[in-house]
Design a protein around this ligand. Sequence first.
Ligand code: ADP
Length: 459
Amino acid sequence: MLNTLRGQMTLTILAVLLLTVALIGCFSYWYITHTFENYISRQGRERSESIVVDLENRYETASGGWSADFLHMLGMYSLYDGYILRVTDVGGKVIWDAENHDMALCGQIMGEISARMGDKSGGFEKHNYKIMYDGQLVGAASITYYGPFFYTENDYLFIKTLNGATIVISLLSVVLAFIVGNLLARRISGPVTSTANAAGQIAHGNYNVAFENTSNIQELKEMVSAVTELVISLREQENLRKRLTSDVAHELRTPLAAVASHLEAMIDGVWEPTPDRLESCREEVVRIASLVKDLQQLARIDSENLKLDKTGTDLRELTQSVARTFEAVSVKKDLSVSVDGTSSVVRADKDRLSQVITNLISNAIKYTPEHGSISATITDTENAGIIKICDNGIGIAPEELPFIFERFYRTDKSRDRKTGGAGVGLTIAKSIVEAHGGTIDVSSKLGAGSQFVVTLPKV
Ligand code: ADP
């Protein structure tokens, strides 16, 4: 539990919050106590001064002293508040002394205060004041109280409640920190754990894992969608691999079976090995060889991740030179093959691009009946070079158009014909064009002809 992401996060959040709570707790405790102590010690000074002021105000000139009742009342009130009063007249004669008056009470009050103050350093101190009346010295007062400050019963209760509240708040904060930390950690670790589980399943070949992107944290969302894309692409690759193997097997089985049955018939003497029959076998073998060549090319394109050796390439020159290689075939079929348009220079891998043009012109020638015409037109725009290859051949049915760039796809019409290839020429062309950052589009009308447009960016 502790070495999981959730555990670690909970602990970290808890530690940070604990530290914060402790720091805030200590600081507020120190600050409040300090301020309160200052206040209390000021109070103490003011209280003892106010006793002296009371004495000065209640001085009776007629009798040259204070009424006994007043002194008793002031002395006892002060004593209950923790101030032990002793008043002497000008001659130094004691006229009121709390300790003499009620020694036991004094001792009890002093004991209570000392107990309340506990381990706070301090002790009872005597403070002497002169009592003045009309600018004349009329006596002296000595007030003994616990210094530098002391708590009264109420003060003590207040500070005790405050400390209690601080401890309760700190404890509550710790509990809250644990809950919040745990929830937060769960929110973050949830998607990470489910993605890790999904990745584990993918590693075991289960590409059908489905996991939801429930987090609203940007980075986690990106991680989950990256893994989702990875799954999709792996699933596609896996499907492609399976389909490719079965397609290849299927493509090879038919011509091999034909050759095998022809040869068997000839070996068994059922068929005479006439030049025509041998020629038909040779054609099948040639078909297999060309299929293997196509497959090799496809494999190379797939495995190399198409490394391009780009140089400035004039599309018109390249198309013309490719078209020339088809002269013999086009003459044989009485096809007119023309290359027109302007010159357009793009940065491209010459060999790969010539493969694209070869595949397109070869298709046009294959799928155009005798006496037809094929034209290649080059257009130059500011950002791209465009090669358009048109023929007036058999055309492609609209429902088949979306599939012609797929591996091993051949239209029904071309399947009937002996001229058709394995159905990978356009796949190869598309891969090469896309590796250049370009596009390849087709438009066609059944029975009227087809038009392939290759657009290549200049940079
Ligand atoms: P193939 O080697 O069979 O020509 P491609 O991948 O080059 O394979 O083409 C796929 C299919 O698209 C062909 O089998 C054919 O049915 C169709 N096709 C391609 N080019 C043309 C065209 N110019 N005219 C008619 N059909 C075409």
